[in-house]
Structure formats: C-alpha cells, structure tokens
Design a protein around this ligand. Structure first.
Ligand code: GLN
Length: 484
C-alpha cells in the first residue's frame, strides 16, 4: 500500500494567525504547499491545474498588505483548492469534461470572489467526475484522482480532487459541490471534514450546474472549525443567485465547543444496517459515534426515516432530469469544444458525441426519458412525490430531534476500477447522503474511526435548514472524541 499522506496537516486558523502576526509570510506558507504538490501530485492527480504563478502573486500582495498595516480578511494567506466546476475568471474551467476544453470563464463564481476578498490564495482547480456526476472521480477527462491513504483506491467523488488535496496536504482548505453527496462521501473516504450547506446558504452563481434544485457548494477542511470558518467566508445572500436565502445567520462556528447537554440526537436506523450493503465497520463507527454523543450529554435515540430507502431512486430520476436540461447549453456554439458537421444539427451531434463521457450521456438519456410526455408522471412526477414525503418525514423528526446521525458512506474507499462497469453499484454509494440534498438540509461528514482495512470512516450529522450552528457543534464534539 503506497500512500501520499503528509507527516502532519495544519489548520487554516493557525496559518492566518502566523501570517498576520508576521511569524511566517503568505509566500512561505504557499511554498510549503507547492513543495508537497511537487512531491506527490504526480501520484494523486488531485488537480486539473495548479495556478502557481497567480498564487505567488496573490501571496505577495497579502504580505505587502500586512507589512503596510492594512486590514486583511479572515483567510489571509491560506491556500484554497477550488473544484473545477466553479468559474474562475481567465482560468480554464472544464468541470472535467472534454466539451469545455479550452474554455476560460469571463467572470468569477461568487464563492471565488468571496475567497479572494477574504485573502485566500487560490492554489489550483481540482479534479472531479465530469460535471460532478459520479462517486469516485473516475469519470474525469483528466484521469482519476487517487486516494492519498492508498494510491490504488478511489478518493470518492465527485469532489475527489478537493478531498484528496486536503488529505494529501496540498491545501489546508478546499471547495467542492454536493448534489447527492459529492462533498461528504469523498470527505469520508479521504478522512477529512466536508459539509454541504443548507440549500440557498451559499451562492451557486458561477457553478456549472448539474441539478440546480440540489446543487450546493461547500467546504473541505482538516477540522470542523476550519470547515465552519470556510463556510462563513463563502456563505451569505447573493442577489445573483435567485435561490439564495435573504435572511441568514452566517456565524456557523458560534456553538463549537459548547456542551451537548439538552440536545436530542436521532440515529437513523434504516441507514444503520436495516437496509443492505452498509459495511459492519461503518455501522460500528456510527454506533460508537452515538455512544460518544451520549457520553457528552446528548440524549440519543434510534429513529425511523422510512422514505430514506426510496430517496436513492427519486434522486436518480430528479438529478438526471435536471441535468438533461442544464447540459443542453453545451451545443458547440457557445462554449469550448466544437466538432464541425455539414449543418448545425450535425455539428451539435458531433460535438456532444465527442465531448461528453459515458456517464454524462447516460444521465442525459435517463433524464430525457424520465421527462418525456408518456413517462413524466410515472417517473419524474413520482420522484417529486417521494421528495415531498421525505421532506415531511424529516420535518416531523426535527420537531423532536436537533440533529440526525448516520453513516456518510456505506463503505470505505474501494479499488480504482471496481465499480466503473456497474453504474447501479456506484449509485448505491450515495444512499446515506442523498436525503439531505433532496430536502435541502445541511449535513456534514466528520472522520470517526478506521475500518479493519485501516481506512478512514466518516459519520454524518444532518440538521434542519439553517441550523448549521448545531450541526458544527455536534460534529466538533465527535471530532474531539474520535480516536484517529
Ligand atoms: N454521486 C452522485 C451522482 O453521481 C452525487 C454527485 C454529486 O453530489 N455531485 O450523482
């Protein structure tokens, strides 16, 4: 087993403290991460692009501002890796698809603008499944990313490059997107923290859309506090995103460190072994996490979320349906790749045939089928009903419980190539993460224990909409109790 793990990982908070107090310069900090990238990126393939020159220039500006006594932002000098489905002005953005080869956006995503304003240093764009469709980062035009814990294994997906970048010490923080689990599942498989904010909590402006009613951008970090800090920086109302929430409390870290007395935690029994396919090691970690919360003063009970079982099927109709519409814009006219033909239609067909990978084509076909007039009610309509039912079930549970606990992923990291030939086996990886997306609720994955295979396991805390404070509070308590 070959690994690409660093000897240690440091927090963003420490970097900010050091850079602001003059202990280290932002340039020195950046050099450390660039060195680690030079040593191990060849094996891991976490990046589609390392923006070294721009990052150095940005780090120099931060150092200059500090030397001048100017006020700097809350992420001053912290390198951040950004998933390649987020627009970066003048810097190639491809969503890891051949169809966007050579495309440079004329604007920054709101999240990217906010990172820059906060003093963060964008160190590069990270690898992902094409258009964020996948659970292993094997569906990328740039080749797969490898798990830094064991280079023969997948890092999870779709934001596998971002998770691997944090795990390998290429960046202390990273940004991902989560439509059905794409932040939390790779976080779990790579042994880092990853959270999906409430739908509407973080602007989607400049995110290359996959399924717009589910997509959310969120943080990866080594610690819960760092994830909350990054979430605070990227979150908040944005008039450029029509689904952005106007009134929101963005002090997500406020309750970290507070004790759990009086909190009620529900453990979702369907995701704890009642449905097939959850590995015993994962169940064991989740049970131990429940015990740990109880020891910290929370009131823990088993609860039932029957609709969780149907969520997977509903998601794999709703997400492809939305994708089939969102991806119609890649027609060879407006962006990236164009393969000519004798007329417009032929050019569209040639471009899309050549530009999209197999999984993306599969989703477009599934989605088009689910939306077609003869099948709309039976598939898409039915899926929407399941979505509503799930939201109602969760709402009921949250009348009694503050947060819900479950595994994040049914298994630990699996070998590259193991599930690529069987899409259904790949889709089942998302069983625990999808409910939070369908409901639009926040959820976080935090490392808790390791399996008999010596690989990291993550547990998931779900919370009601806009209740990130309690989500991070409970996650931080688990982090403290975790024995890894
Ligand atoms: N694995 C899921 C899918 O393939 C989720 C992807 C995501 O969250 N972007 O659709």
């Amino acid at each position: 087993m070959t690994t690409a793990l660093p000897s240690s990982r440091e927090t963003a908070s420490l970097i900010v403290q050091d850079v602001c107090s003059g202990k280290r310069t932002a340039v020195e900090v950046l050099e450390t991460y660039l060195d680690q990238i030079t040593s191990h990126e060849g094996e891991v393939n976490a990046f589609t692009l390392v923006t070294e020159q721009q990052a150095k220039a940005d780090a120099r500006s931060i150092d200059k501002a500090i030397a001048n006594g100017d006020t700097v932002g809350p992420l001053a000098g912290v390198p951040v890796a950004v998933k390649d489905n987020l627009c970066t002005k003048g810097v190639a953005t491809t969503a890891c698809s051949k169809i966007l080869e050579g495309w440079e956006p004329p604007y920054d995503a709101t999240v990217v603008t906010k990172l820059k304003e906060a003093g963060a240093i964008i160190i590069g764009k990270t690898n992902c499944d094409e258009f964020a469709m996948g659970s292993s980062t094997e569906n990328s035009a740039f080749g797969p990313t490898r798990n830094p814990h064991d280079l023969d294994l997948v890092p999870g997906g779709s934001s596998g490059g971002s998770a691997a970048a944090v795990a390998a010490g290429f960046a202390p923080l990273a940004i991902g997107s989560d439509t059905g689990g794409s932040i939390r599942q790779p976080a779990s498989l790579c042994g880092v923290v990853g959270s999906k904010p409430t739908y509407g909590g973080v602007s989607r402006y400049g995110l290359l859309a996959f399924a717009s009613s589910l997509d959310q951008i969120g943080p990866f970090a080594s610690t819960v506090s760092d994830a909350a800090l990054l979430h605070e920086v990227i979150g908040g109302y944005d008039p450029k995103d029509s689904t952005s929430i106007k009134e929101q409390n963005t002090s997500h870290s406020a309750l970290i460190g507070h004790d759990l007395k009086g909190l009620k935690v529900g453990v979702i029994k369907e995701l704890l072994g009642e449905i097939e396919g959850i590995h015993p090691d994962v169940i064991n970690s989740c049970n131990r996490a429940a015990e740990s919360l109880e020891n910290s003063g929370a009131d823990v009970e088993h609860v039932s979320l029957p609709s969780a079982i149907y969520s997977l099927s509903a998601y794999y109709l709703i997400a492809p349906a939305e994708a089939s519409s969102n991806l119609s814009r890649y027609d060879g006219v407006r962006y990236g790749l164009r393969i000519d033909g004798s007329n417009l239609k032929e050019m569209n067909i040639n471009t899309r045939t050549e530009g999209f990978g197999d999984e993306v084509k599969r989703r477009i076909m599934l989605g088009t089928y689910a939306l077609s007039s003869g099948y709309y009610d039976a598939y898409y309509g039915k899926a929407l009903k399941v979505r509503r039912l799930l939201a109602e079930n969760l709402e009921e549970l949250y009348q009694e419980y503050d947060v819900l606990l479950s595994p994040t992923s049914p298994c630990t990291a699996f070998p590259l190539g193991e599930k690529t030939q069987d899409p259904m086996t790949m889709y089942v990886n998302d069983i625990c993460t999808i409910p939070a997306n369908l409901a639009g609720h926040p959820a976080i994955s935090v490392p808790f224990g390791i399996g008999t295979d010596a690989l990291p396991i993550g547990v998931q805390i779900m919370a009601p909409p806009m209740k990130e404070q309690v989500m991070y509070q409970v996650a931080a308590s688990l982090e403290l109790a975790a024995d890894v």
